[in-house]
Design a protein around this ligand. Structure first.
Ligand code: UDP
Ligand code: MG
Length: 318
């Protein structure tokens, strides 16, 4: 055993069937390495037996820890809570559903030993529904044009971060967290390894279409002001068209007089401008909403119960 420890962070929302399996799999893998480790389960306000299952593994494995939230705060908050409470020299984030294969742990650790700050496990999209992978692909293509940080398809939360990277992430205190962007924003030395996509072990995905759509909007709006600029361009374009149209019509009327009442043109102009205005208002609203949320400075989560000593976290926050 060397004296380095690895903290595993497992956000869990209604994952009762998976808790014991994931704990066993990590344990099995880590027993072959010379590291100390801890496994932190974050119960994100589950409504099933997740908490009972976590209690069982805590009893069975001395390395297991847990935090439970007072309600469902979302995966981003669960990850943040895990990072704040992790004591290890490095952190590995994994999903509870075993979609992040534990067989990748040796390679992640290898990257850590080589001195990388972030070791990213990138997955291919084999087995994903064609609609979802097509949507994701076009999302990343669009986002990378619009956003100031670089996001890559298949690179998600499954990664190892060393202490330096964890501390960098903890310094970013924004209320609306979009992890994928934050990992990219902190930069540091990165290594990417890839793995085959696997299907979920038990239960169903927590991502509905509307959750994915919201996630996409977060990704675009969190990292730049380009959508606001887009409003400006669209507005200018519409205004120039309108001016041109007014000039031409005025010229024609003064020459030939009024012929047909311009119902069609009027209505199309109203619709066009109305559309642009609503879109722009929506985009501005997105930003104002975010400003409003940030000014409230609410905590990202509330902890109901934990078996991790709080003093360590408070010490770190000072
Ligand atoms: N998760 C969470 N809070 C939520 C939704 C999901 O902690 O509100 C956890 C979930 O338990 C799982 C991980 O985040 O461990 C990934 O969720 P899921 O498997 O549903 O996402 P997918 O793999 O389909 O992208
Ligand atoms: Mg999953």
């Amino acid at each position: 055993m060397n004296n380095l420890t690895i903290s595993f962070i497992i956000p869990s929302y209604n994952e009762a069937e998976n808790i014991a399996n994931v704990c066993k799999a990590i344990h099995h893998e880590m027993n072959r390495h010379y590291y100390g480790f801890e496994i932190i389960f974050i119960d994100d306000g589950s409504t099933d037996e997740t908490m009972e299952e976590i209690r069982k593994v805590i009893f069975a494995y001395p390395e297991a820890r847990y935090l439970s939230f007072t309600r469902n705060f979302g995966k981003e908050s669960a990850i943040l809570a895990g990072l704040q409470h992790a004591k290890g020299h490095a952190v590995i984030m994994m999903d509870a559903d075993l979609q992040h294969p534990t067989s990748m742990i040796p390679e992640l650790l290898k990257g850590f030993e080589e001195g990388y700050d972030q070791v990213i496990a990138k997955r291919n999209r084999k087995g994903d529904s064609p609609v979802r992978s097509a949507l994701s692909k076009s999302f990343y293509r669009f986002v990378n044009k619009a956003v100031d940080v670089q996001l890559t398809d298949g690179e998600g939360d499954f990664r190892l971060l060393n202490r330096k990277a964890v501390n960098a992430l903890l310094q970013l205190s924004e209320g609306n967290r979009f992890s994928k962007g934050l990992y990219s924003w902190i930069g540091l030395e990165q290594k990417t390894i890839s793995y085959e996509n696997v299907a979920r072990e038990e239960g169903a995905t927590k991502w509905s279409f509307s959750k994915l759509l919201n996630y996409g909007i977060d990704g675009i709006v969190s990292f730049n002001n380009k959508p606001l600029r887009l409003c400006f361009y669209m507005g200018s374009f519409a205004l120039s068209l309108a001016l041109l149209y007014i000039c031409i019509t005025f010229f024609q009327i003064s020459k030939h007089g009024v012929d047909v009442p311009g119902y069609f043109t009027t209505i199309s102009a109203v619709l066009f401008l109305g559309g642009i205005q609503l879109l722009s208002l929506g985009i501005i609203g997105e930003y104002i909403g975010r400003i409003y949320n940030e000014t409230k400075k609410r905590p990202h989560f509330l902890i109901k119960q934990t078996n991790i000593e709080q003093s360590i976290v408070e010490e770190r926050e000072k």
